[in-house]
Design a protein around this ligand. Structure first.
Ligand SMILES: Nc1ncnc2c1ncn2[C@@H]1O[C@H](COP(=O)(O)OP(=O)(O)O)[C@@H](O)[C@H]1O
Ligand SMILES: O=C(O)C1=C[C@@H](OP(=O)(O)O)[C@@H](O)[C@H](O)C1
Ligand SMILES: [Mg+2]
Length: 186
């Protein structure tokens, strides 16, 4: 039997779930390239997402995010891609990823851990949607609205608990079956 191995792994989940960090770890582990969709958006915009949203708003950012996604899906494979926390809330983005054969991994992290990670001023300043009075409320509200979308679009869900980023990467590798012992050849 042949193992159908994806050539594109896309990491999804809330802001602070560790998508950017785990994508880099996983790519190193697999000897693949990694890309961060937010960085590609910023390259296209020529400015940070925070400064862009402060002037143009979230809707305009979503438009650029979809354009960036279309670009990144043309890149050579194999590739690990860190999505933004809101990327999969767009049906168009969901369709693009599915059509591209992406294997979507949802990093499901307890809200308390996300809150702790993102409470640092340098994390908030990178994420304009969190520039609010009550961070916990803002996160829990978004999480509640987004959870069904993360759940319905993922091919694999990782309950990361308090695993380190490299442990999460190893868990993804193991679950997808990339480890040499489980490799099957046609
Ligand atoms: N598994 C982890 N354990 C501890 N800290 C983590 C873990 N994953 C990410 N972090 C830290 O949490 C913050 C947000 O991580 P990041 O990868 O930017 O998340 P995302 O891209 O999902 O928003 C960063 O400071 C990062 O170093
Ligand atoms: O959840 C969101 O709507 C967003 C998440 C951010 O990426 P991270 O999930 O990597 O923080 C970034 O795309 C933008 O600030 C919007
Ligand atoms: Mg990120």
């Amino acid at each position: 039997m042949a193992t159908l191995r994806p050539s594109l792994i896309a990491l999804s989940g809330m802001m602070g779930a560790g998508k950017s960090k785990v994508a880099a770890e996983l790519a190193t582990l697999l000897s693949w390239e990694s890309k961060d969709l937010d960085s590609i958006v910023e390259d296209i915009l020529g400015e940070t997402i925070a400064s862009y949203i402060s002037v143009h708003g979230e809707q305009a950012f979503r438009f650029c995010e979809s354009k960036a996604l279309a670009q990144v899906l043309q890149l050579p494979r194999p590739l690990v891609l860190a999505l933004g926390g809101g990327t999969l809330m767009s049906l168009e983005n969901q369709r693009m990823l599915k059509d591209a054969g992406a294997f979507i991994v949802w990093l499901d992290v307890p809200l308390e851990i996300i809150y702790r990670r993102l409470s640092a001023p340098e994390e908030i300043s990178k994420r304009p949607l969190l520039n609010v009075k009550d961070l916990y409320l803002a996160l829990s509200d978004r999480e509640r609205k987004r959870r069904p979308g993360y759940e319905s679009t993922c091919d694999l869900r990782i309950h990361t608990h308090s695993m380190s980023a490299s442990e999460v990467a190893r868990e993804i590798e193991r679950k997808i079956g990339f480890s040499l012992e489980s490799e099957e050849v046609e």
